[in-house]
Design a protein around this ligand. Structure first.
Ligand SMILES: Nc1ncnc2c1ncn2[C@@H]1O[C@H](COP(=O)(O)OP(=O)(O)OP(=O)(O)O)[C@@H](O)[C@H]1O
Length: 450
């Protein structure tokens, strides 16, 4: 173990010890784990990303369905203060947007030595937009309009509240399956909006604009518009427009993006305006909201979902195995009885390839690719190596000499470092540790009383 690593470990241990000492001296705070356990019943895992695990839970006082996200202290990159208490920026940004209809509502948060528990509303039944699109292969233009205009309005409202989400993607949009209303989640990369350029980035690279890869700089609103363009393209085609940094930086040299489904010229126009290479020529968030395609009244959710066969969706997945591990009961009958209207049947011919177009030196879509839908969440894709980055920059400078096929050969590998099982046990261990500490506190409390 190298010296800096050892020093980092010692520091982490010291801060944990300090936290425990504070608990011992002051008793547990109103945001401690025992309070959490008293107020919420933790259930099965709901989803996970690169930075946290999200659980289903129920508020015991009124049976409200909630989602609880556990984030490890060591994963927190930016901090902020709420009422004098130091919290991850994610909590602060969520709190700032809590009045926005299209943002998931922050209900509560707790601080434990291992990390933070963020309690959010949980629409029921719901599904994230990635699974929604995956379930259908692709969605119709009408459905895309219905969802996209809500998301664009929400992003605009966040910006007006000076919050920049910085990780706009289908995985971070939850759809209420009863009403069709969308909720923006995961403010883990969010930050305060400013006029000047940003030189740091924590979001998802495949949704990131070319200026970041080329200059390591981006403007907040302009980058958000780019991500919205990627999201809209993905909704319609069931795949991302770019599969790596090189694509992002050079696609504009190859002409208009290919579409794998027949769509209107209006939506193509909107996508190309969002995915304009030059950030200063790119359309604004306001221009998106005023675009004729967005302004057109969408069909109602009932009509859009009318002919969908009721099938078992991931929302209804049994959570007994994890509930058991956590020593909790399974979902209530009431929860299970809600109908779902969306088919999530797997499309034939789908590949397990992550995202994007196939390596091709032009934008002509080969027929075969029609069925190659996106199967992996971007948070599970490995970040590019510095060699790939250099290739992307080089490609954008010398487009005619660049050999697309060779550059694409060693792209994208599914992250191997974290099997779901391993990550799961890390979190469970953390939560168990907190539970047993609470039990110990109780025992020592009784002991002291006696
Ligand atoms: N409030 C919620 N209601 C319903 N589902 C949710 C909620 N919050 C999160 N999820 C589910 O959990 C998944 C992971 O959540 P989230 O994106 O916040 O985690 P993350 O670790 O920050 O992910 P990433 O690596 O993409 O940043 C989501 O894609 C979604 O399916």
């Amino acid at each position: 173990m190298t010296l800096p690593v050892l020093a980092k470990k010692m520091k982490k241990l010291a801060s944990l010890q300090f936290f425990n000492l504070k608990l011992l001296l002051n008793g547990e705070s109103s945001r401690g784990f025992s309070k959490f356990k008293k107020n919420y019943k933790l259930k099965a895992e709901l989803g996970r990303g690169g930075f946290g695990v999200v659980y289903r839970a129920v508020r015991t006082s009124d049976n409200t369905l909630v989602a609880v996200k556990f984030i490890e202290r060591s994963n927190v990159k930016e901090w902020a203060r709420i009422n004098g208490e130091q919290v991850p920026m994610e909590i602060c940004m969520l709190a700032k947007c809590s009045k926005i209809r299209g943002v998931i509502r922050l209900l509560d948060w707790y601080s434990i030595p291992e990390g933070f528990l963020i309690v959010m509303e949980r629409p029921y039944p719901c599904i994230d937009m990635f699974d929604f699109i995956k379930g259908q292969g692709k969605i119709s233009e009408e459905m895309a309009r219905f969802l996209f205009r809500q998301i664009a309005v929400t992003v605009h409202e966040c910006v007006q509240n000076r919050v920049l989400h910085r990780d706009l993607k289908d995985e971070n949009v939850v759809i209420d399956l009863v009403t069709g209303s969308t909720k923006l989640i995961d403010f883990g990369a969010a930050t305060v909006l400013r006029r000047s350029q940003y030189s740091d980035f924590q979001g998802t690279r495949l949704y990131c604009p070319p200026e970041w890869f080329l200059h390591s700089l981006y403007l907040g609103r302009e980058a958000a518009v780019w991500s919205l363009g990627v999201l809209l393209y993905n909704s319609l085609n069931g795949r991302l427009p770019f599969r790596n940094e090189k694509d992002i930086c050079t696609a504009h040299l190859l002409g208009p993006l290919p579409f794998f489904v027949p769509v209107s010229s209006e939506v193509k126009d909107l996508i190309s305006k969002c995915l304009t290479f030059d950030p200063f020529q790119r359309c604004s968030l306001e221009a998106i909201l005023n675009h004729p395609w967005v302004k057109q009244q969408p069909l109602s959710w009932e009509l859009l979902t009318k002919n969908k066969v009721q099938k078992k969706t991931s929302v209804e997945k049994s959570d007994d195995h994890i509930s058991e591990t956590l020593g909790e009961q399974s979902e209530t009958e009431e929860e299970r009885s809600h109908p779902t209207t969306v088919s999530t049947s797997k499309q034939p011919g789908t590949s397990d390839e992550g995202v994007g177009l196939s390596a091709s030196s032009s934008h002509t879509p080969p027929k075969k690719q029609h069925k190659e839908h996106r199967m992996a969440k971007t948070s599970l894709l490995a970040p590019p190596t510095s060699v790939e980055m250099k290739a992307a920059v080089q490609a954008s400078k010398t487009p005619t000499q660049f050999n697309v096929h060779t550059a694409l050969k060693n792209q994208r590998q599914i992250k191997k470092h974290q099997s779901p099982h391993a990550a799961n046990s890390t979190v469970l261990t953390a939560l168990r540790r907190a539970m047993s500490r609470e039990a110990q506190n109780r025992i020592s409390g009784v002991f002291l009383q006696n």
